[in-house]
Design a protein around this ligand. Structure first.
Ligand code: EPZ
Length: 422
């Protein structure tokens, strides 16, 4: 396994290019299952999760060809030859459940392993299943697999999500494009990744209205065609790298960054005293002189503060002047970075879904361990600001969601390298 070594101290200057969104790509890729014509994605991120989704789609008989060093994914599902998504692939990445809706809509049957939980929570898929049942799907749970049937095809229906779910909205949206009749998704997730998916499906011939709002209406069509679609910028990678100059000083331009993808996060950053401005090519983040101010943060579905930036924001607030209260409202166990930050001298008190962070003068470098994707990068951010050296172990978590993180940060002056633990 590899570790990342960070020597803290210096401020950062320069530009960081923002890649295509992992969480958009992971729902755009299964969309190929809806059509027998080619779907090509450009601006795709080079990540292990994308490789896992590639393997899963190929196991179903889809063709997925990675071109241009992985930035282009040329896909085709004209001869699907397997309707079962096996546990050995699904267990590696819960987004695998997103093949269920498209496969069921296209072929009228699908067998998909239940994803199981992960480090940040149990992460059930009950809302996905209820949504498909509302469209006439017959579901059976056997031996850890969902056996789904829709003999006469899915029918348009009314789906009332009891709470907001990104994945369930994506599964239902894709399935509804080929259902007979009209489907309405109420209390739908509003994330930019869902807007991006709707744009791609529309380019394939789907009839969709209301994406980005909490009510999405889909008029089913008989078949979908192919398309070429550019993956939207990754707002979580963007927010993560915006915090780099915020935590250790300097001025960094995030190429491809857009304020509309992260409005509530940018407001919070502004409240801490960090300057965020739009440039011709993206966003510029500058840490003005003086301290960062403490702020309170509550994670919410979009357009609220993203849960995927909570760990990274906590790293910044560990160095802020004053006390901040962070409330994690989306996942039941998403403070695993706190004990690791405490090893670096942070002052954090966790009670259930609430973390109280009192800023300290300086964090101290230490050996720490990544526990999940976003926690891993939070520890790297803390290492950038800490005195001395921080060694982050188990960085395979990082490879799931951040491409070339060492190159991107060293490109703006960070003292960071990846080492093999062998
Ligand atoms: C997506 O996960 C993202 N993953 C997550 O990003 C992100 O944290 C999450 O949305 C929230 O924004 C991808 O897009 C691949 P949810 P998803 O369904 O769809 C519960 C990252 O770091 N729930 O909105 O799984 C669930 O347990 C990852 O990139 C049910 O109870 O999230 C959670 O507590 C982490 N039943 C809450 O709802 C269901 O059927 C929100 O989950 C579905 C979800």
């Amino acid at each position: 396994m590899d570790s990342i070594l960070v020597k803290g101290g210096g401020s950062l200057q320069g530009q960081i290019p923002i890649a295509g969104a992992k969480n958009a790509c992971l729902t755009l890729m299964p969309a190929t299952l809806l059509s027998d014509e080619p779907l090509t994605l450009t601006n795709a991120p080079r990540l292990s999760d994308i490789r896992t989704m590639t393997q899963l789609l190929q196991s179903l008989g889809a063709e997925v060809t990675s071109l241009n060093d992985g930035k282009v994914l040329a896909m085709s599902s004209h001869n699907l030859n397997n309707d079962t998504a096996h546990y050995d692939i699904v267990r590696k990445m819960r987004a695998s459940i997103l093949v269920l809706g498209p496969m069921l809509a296209r072929n009228g049957h699908a067998i998909v392993s239940l994803p199981g939980g992960c480090a940040i929570g149990a992460r059930p898929v009950d809302l996905h299943l209820k949504a498909l049942e509302a469209m006439g799907a017959e579901l059976d749970l056997k031996d850890g697999y969902v056996h789904a049937k829709a003999p006469g095809g899915l029918k348009g229906g009314k789906v009332d999500f009891e709470f907001v779910s990104v994945g369930a909205t994506e599964n239902a949206l894709m399935a509804a494009t080929l259902a007979k009749g009209t489907t309405v998704l109420n209390n739908a997730a509003r994330e930019p990744e869902i807007v991006d998916l709707a744009r791609c499906l529309r380019a394939m011939g789907a009839q969709i209205e209301g994406e980005g709002s909490s009510a999405i209406t889909i008029q089913g069509v008989d078949r979908l065609g192919g398309a070429m679609h550019a993956v939207v910028a990754d707002r979580i990678e963007l927010g993560t790298y915006m915090l780099a100059p915020a935590i250790c000083g300097g001025e960094v331009e995030l190429l491809g960054g857009r304020i509309d993808l992260l409005a509530s996060f940018c407001e919070k950053l502004d409240a801490t005293g960090i300057s965020v401005s739009e440039s011709k090519d993206g966003l510029v983040v500058k840490r003005k002189n003086g301290d960062v101010r403490a702020v309170n943060v509550t994670t919410e579905p979009f357009p609220g503060f993203p849960t995927d930036l909570q760990a990274q924001m906590m790293a910044l607030l560990c160095t802020a002047r004053g006390t901040s209260v962070l409330e994690e409202k989306i996942f039941e166990n998403r403070f695993m970075h706190a004990p690791e930050l405490i090893r670096m001298g942070a002052d954090i008190d966790v009670h259930g879904g609430t973390a109280t962070v009192t800023g300290v003068e300086k964090l101290k470098g230490a050996p720490v361990m990544a526990t999940d994707l976003r926690a891993s990068v939070s520890l790297i951010l803390a290492g950038l600001a800490a005195q001395g050296e921080t060694r982050v172990a188990r960085v395979y978590h990082l490879d799931r969601g951040y491409e070339h993180v060492v190159a991107k940060l060293s490109g703006v002056g960070a003292n960071i390298e990846r080492i093999s633990d062998q």
